[in-house]
Design a binder for this molecule. Structure first.
Ligand SMILES: N[C@@H](CCC(=O)N[C@@H](CS)C(=O)NCC(=O)O)C(=O)O
Length: 234
């Protein structure tokens, strides 16, 4: 593939574009992508009509393909890029690994990350009232409890001494989703730091912090986390 693919993203605090960014770095294809980084709020370009024409869901990431069409949903974009480019299969090498990676990614995205994202939106109206349509603290509080109870299950899974979710030597896509879930749990308004509550998630988070992909993925200084400020590159 000769030309770069344009992808509409957000600063590293925003977990879904960050899943894609970390994936690209793990895969070694970051130079194949040309990022257009939205500020998300207060601008809200993701919900303006030019972006809605590309992705009616009004979210990032959105990938523009070489033929001018678009692909959205992080897992869909990642699956496409993982198959389209050579190199380590981040979504699993074997059919079984692919099934296991999808299983864990779903569990983590639906039950942990999406719950924290919901809390961010409905409890904290995190993007501000121009963009947020619902303020419902009780829903946010319920989502937070769900995220914590599922994080406890993942913590137990990691307690057998494995480094990564599937038990291999390197992280897969489910691990990327878990890394950004922990990061977003620590985002100031969310203030539910999973690494402080769960022993094996703490070791796991520190393992990620040693990885080159992680250091480069957070080099924009846009994570909102003081503890990652040192990774900022100008
Ligand atoms: N299901 C989508 C979710 C994407 C998503 O929620 N993106 C967030 C950033 S992490 C977003 O663009 N939010 C903008 C908004 O709600 O206005 C995916 O997996 O990519």
């Amino acid at each position: 593939m000769a030309d770069k693919l344009r992808v509409y993203t957000s600063p590293s605090a925003f977990p879904n574009p960050q899943r894609l960014r970390l994936f690209a770095l793990e895969k070694g294809i970051e130079d194949e992508l040309e990022e257009v980084v939205y500020d998300m709020s207060p601008g809200g370009d993701q919900r303006k009509w030019p972006h809605l024409k590309m992705n009616p869901w009004g979210e990032t990431p959105t990938l523009q393909l070489a033929d001018g069409s678009y692909l959205a949903e992080t897992a869909g974009i990642v699956r496409y890029l993982d198959l389209a480019y050579p190199g380590r299969r981040i979504t699993g090498e074997t059919p079984l690994e692919q099934g296991q990676d999808a299983m864990w990614d779903d569990r983590i995205w639906v039950h942990i990350l999406y719950r924290i994202v919901t809390m961010f939106h409905v409890m904290h109206t995190g993007l501000g009232f121009k963009l947020e349509l619902t303020h419902n603290p009780a829903w946010g509080e319920h989502s937070r409890k769900e995220a914590l109870s599922h994080a406890a299950l993942v913590n137990r899974h990691l307690s057998d001494g494995r480094d990564w979710i599937l038990g291999g030597d390197e992280p897969t896509f489910a691990d990327i989703t878990l890394a950004v879930s922990i990061a977003f749990s620590k985002f100031p308004v969310n203030n539910t730091p999973l690494d402080e509550r769960f022993e094996y998630l703490d070791y796991y988070w520190n393992r990620w912090k040693e990885r080159e992909s992680f250091k480069r993925g957070y080099a924009d200084g846009g994570s909102g986390l003081e503890e990652l400020e040192y990774l900022k590159r100008t």
